[in-house]
Ligand binder design. Sequence first.
Ligand SMILES: [Zn+2]
Ligand SMILES: [Zn+2]
Length: 330
Amino acid sequence: MLVLTKRGLYCPAGDFHIDPSGPVDRAVSTHAHSDHARRGSRTYYAAASGAPLLKARLGKNLPVHPVAYGEPFTLGRVKVSLHPAGHILGSAQVRIEAGREVWVVSGDYKREPDPTCEPFEVVACDVFVTEATFGTPSFSWRKGADLGREIHDWWEANAARGLNSVLLAYSLGKAQRVLGVLAPLARRPVFCHDAAAALNECYRAHGVRLAPWRRLGELGPDERLHGELVLAPQGFLESERASLLGEFKTAFASGWTQRWTRGCDRGFLMSDHADFDDLVRTVRETGARRVYVQHRGHGALVRHLRELGLQAFPDTALAARDPEQFPLFG
Ligand SMILES: [Zn+2]
Ligand SMILES: [Zn+2]
């Protein structure tokens, strides 16, 4: 059903790529993060709630077909449908059906509740291609933490000392999730880096409840902040605009705690990906007989799934037997 090519996963029977790494004819897009969504393809198919994010990222004239979750459409000789992945707004798993066989490509996903996106849906399949960003057992999230309360308390404690609070988070997904968990708590606006503003608008247009927010870019060159919460991507502190901060504390919101903690005063463990237990649980819930693992295919997840009696392989096992027809490199 799928082969791994130099442009990523390709379905010959449907003549489409999933999240191609470069321009192709037909791209089925799982979500708008930059490592999955790239310019230059002739047509894109994306979940309806994700299509505006794709346009905000890649250009407003991007040729995107918005598709409702669960609504099958035909590409070539296969039936395709998109299903919520719980990763960011509009993120999708791709279900492909041909004859009596069903494949599902997860894209990035998480199982934890997130007020800013559609919850992950388990899709039964014969073959499951799963991501595994956090595919080793050392990644295990503390479930059920009240992150909104934790972030709000940190902000208030800093404000009481006259300090600003700078929370470093990706502009798409993470920034909106922070605004989402703060929505019931925040009494004054959160200052958002301009990179997140257009994306916030997409969430708002879709009816996602966000805490009140303002664009940092609205502030005049001589304005200074006091006791405010600033949401910005990691590079912000090195930028000229950082001068409006005065005295401040820093924190990050990420699943990569080890990588980010250095240099920050505080970390909020907030992952957009499933941890190891949730990866394994998800594989089992799909009922798949065969599993291909993306990103960290050679690691612990493949071994663990084999111990559970499943046929598990790194996604490189999907490379075509005939590399002339579907080259892996070049
Ligand atoms: Zn992603
Ligand atoms: Zn990704």
